[in-house]
Design a protein around this ligand. Structure first.
Ligand SMILES: [Zn+2]
Length: 251
């Protein structure tokens, strides 16, 4: 186990004092590597919270640049970072918060081979993308590499979060829930989203990531958490594994 320096003990003290985390758990987080795909509304709070919590290595992937209409909800980016690549902009914000972690960036559109490489190097993957093509590609690559996938989505005043471990015999994957056919990409640019809704989803994704990394409690694998802000209603649905799923079925 790595030694945690004195100033880091103070920085992470409120987490270390949790009996479920402790010194050992914090050391484990500092040795963990999370891949965050998409540094928009979900990815910004995810990256900031994982950086603040002391996940020792983050890889931030986004090819897009910061636009004015992003600033309403993508809280790692600032007016100054307009026009900058989102992964680089988020890296700056995360390092300002915690200069003691390592942050890698991927600023190009991820071809499948590159996606597989990035996932292979990470302990956990957070899908903060905004389209089905990317979501399916990430899911398939995570199953191939046997990496837990923390998935989130937010639109209008609703959010949903789940954890996918489709490489396990009893756990579903993203494709058990959705099929690629008949899905229009309904995006925030067309349907709108209330600013803090993406924060709710991204924050829960970071909670689940830390729980999975440390093996704490019960994570959302096999379940879908649905949030309806208007009714302030939270629901959890059971997600069974689809025995005919082309991606995660057992031969
Ligand atoms: Zn599946």
């Amino acid at each position: 186990m790595m030694d945690i320096q004195d100033d880091a003990l103070l920085r992470y003290s409120r987490q270390i004092m949790l009996p479920q985390v402790g010194y050992e758990g914090q050391a484990k987080l500092l040795e963990s590597h999370a891949l965050v795909i998409g540094l928009g509304g979900l990815g910004c709070p995810i990256a900031l919270y994982l950086a603040a919590a002391g996940v020792g290595e983050l890889t931030l992937a986004d090819f897009d640049t910061v636009e004015l209409s992003n600033l309403q909800r993508q809280i790692a980016h600032t007016t100054e970072s307009l026009g900058a690549n989102k992964a680089l902009s988020a890296k700056r914000a995360c390092l300002a918060l915690n200069p003691h972690i390592q942050i890698n960036t991927a600023t190009e559109k991820l071809a499948n081979k590159r996606l597989l490489e990035l996932i292979a190097k990470a302990d956990i993957v957070l899908d903060a993308s905004d389209n089905y093509t990317t979501r399916f590609a990430i899911n398939d690559a995570c199953i191939q590499q046997k990496k837990p996938l923390i998935s989130g989505a937010a639109i209008r005043m609703e959010a949903q979060i789940s954890v996918f471990k489709g490489y396990l015999t009893d756990k579903p994957c993203y494709r058990c829930l959705y099929t690629p056919e008949g899905h229009d990409d309904e995006t925030c640019s067309e349907s709108g989203v209330l600013a803090p809704i993406v924060g709710v989803a991204g924050s829960i994704q970071s909670v689940e990531a830390i729980k999975v990394l440390l093996g704490l409690g019960e994570d959302l694998s096999g379940q879908l958490l649905l949030f309806d802000a208007l009714a302030m209603d939270w629901r959890k649905l059971k997600l069974p594994k689809d025995p005919a799923c082309p991606t995660c079925k057992r031969d």
